[in-house]
Design a protein around this ligand. Structure first.
Ligand code: C2E
Ligand code: CA
Ligand code: CA
Ligand code: CA
Length: 267
């Protein structure tokens, strides 16, 4: 137990407020572009949740996702995110913008909840989303003893036409068991792998090997956390064609995204 005096007051307050925030729609989904590096075409977007707190302003997910995972609210929060992500293309097409693949983040705890597949199925029905344009990102930290169960779930997800991705690949100690057994369409190379790719030979060799391995397995690769032209250049050299990062665009609100996207398309 953490002594109560050491727990920041903000943590206690967030914990108390979170349930209400989900109910009163104080969440928003920001969008960050995923681009084809060679021509800068937008290949998709990732939805990233934010909490618009009445006292603290915009709270980043790192401050409340762990709380939500701890107290089980992640399931309810995850449903909100799924629904919002599934609605995104309806908003874009209403503005005359072409639909795009949308990636959303799924917490391992959410994936483990017994109702997950039913919930997903229901939201697909209710929103009428084109499942071909939906991708679920799961973190690599899936517990090793749950790999079988998660594999079965992901297979069902794929049978619905939805793509699957391993998020944060290469963060911490990678276990290639997961890569071998999880049915996924994409690997997202963690930012920590990309950071020194242009300055460290060894780092470049590691990333190069992961890209080759994924290609051999028929798995697409997208680099995360690309912040500089030099990193882009190295990734292209290594045969990685997709990237996400501040170099291309920060996560933006839905309306900022619509502006960015229409500007990008020359509309
Ligand atoms: P993630 O899924 O790995 O998302 C990428 C994070 O990296 C985002 O942080 C994004 O703003 C940040 N980022 C993107 N490009 C760059 C870059 O070039 N440089 C740097 N330094 N950072 C970059 P964010 O939005 O704060 O999200 C943090 C994490 O919170 C996410 O990591 C994800 O694990 C979790 N998260 C976000 N939204 C959701 C959600 O809807 N559901 C769940 N379960 N988790 C979420
Ligand atoms: Ca992600
Ligand atoms: Ca990631
Ligand atoms: Ca993450």
């Amino acid at each position: 137990m953490i002594p109560i005096v050491n727990v920041p007051i903000q943590y206690l307050s967030l914990k108390k407020d979170l349930a209400r925030a989900i109910e009163s729609d104080h969440l928003s989904l920001y969008y960050q572009p995923q681009v084809e590096m060679k021509n800068r075409h937008i290949a998709g977007i990732e939805g990233l949740v934010r909490w618009n707190h009445p006292n603290y302003g915009v709270v980043p997910p790192s401050s409340f996702i762990p709380i939500a995972e701890e107290n089980g609210l992640i399931v309810q929060l995850g449903l909100w995110v799924m629904r919002e992500g599934c609605m995104a293309n309806h908003r874009f097409t209403a503005l005359g913008l072409p639909p795009l693949p949308v990636s959303i983040n799924i917490s391992p705890i959410q994936l483990n909840s017994p109702a997950f597949l039913d919930d997903l199925h229901r939201i697909i029905q209710e929103t009428g989303v084109d499942t071909q344009l939906l991708e679920l990102e799961i973190t690599e930290s899936v517990e090793i003893n749950k790999v079988d169960r998660i594999s079965r779930m992901l297979r069902k997800v794929r049978n619905m036409g939805i793509r699957t991705a391993i998020d944060d690949f290469g963060a911490g100690l990678s276990n290639y068991h997961r890569l071998r057994h999880l049915p996924v369409d994409r690997l997202k190379l963690d930012r920590s792998l990309i950071r020194d790719i242009h300055t460290s030979d060894n780092q470049r060799f590691i990333v190069s090997a992961i890209i080759l391995l994924a290609n051999r397995m028929g798995i697409d690769v997208i680099a995360e956390g690309v912040e500089q032209a030099e990193q882009e250049r190295v990734l292209l050299e290594l045969g990685c064609s997709l990237a996400q990062g501040f170099y291309y665009g920060q996560p933006m609100t839905c309306s900022q995204w619509e502006n960015y996207y229409s500007h990008h398309l020359g509309l």
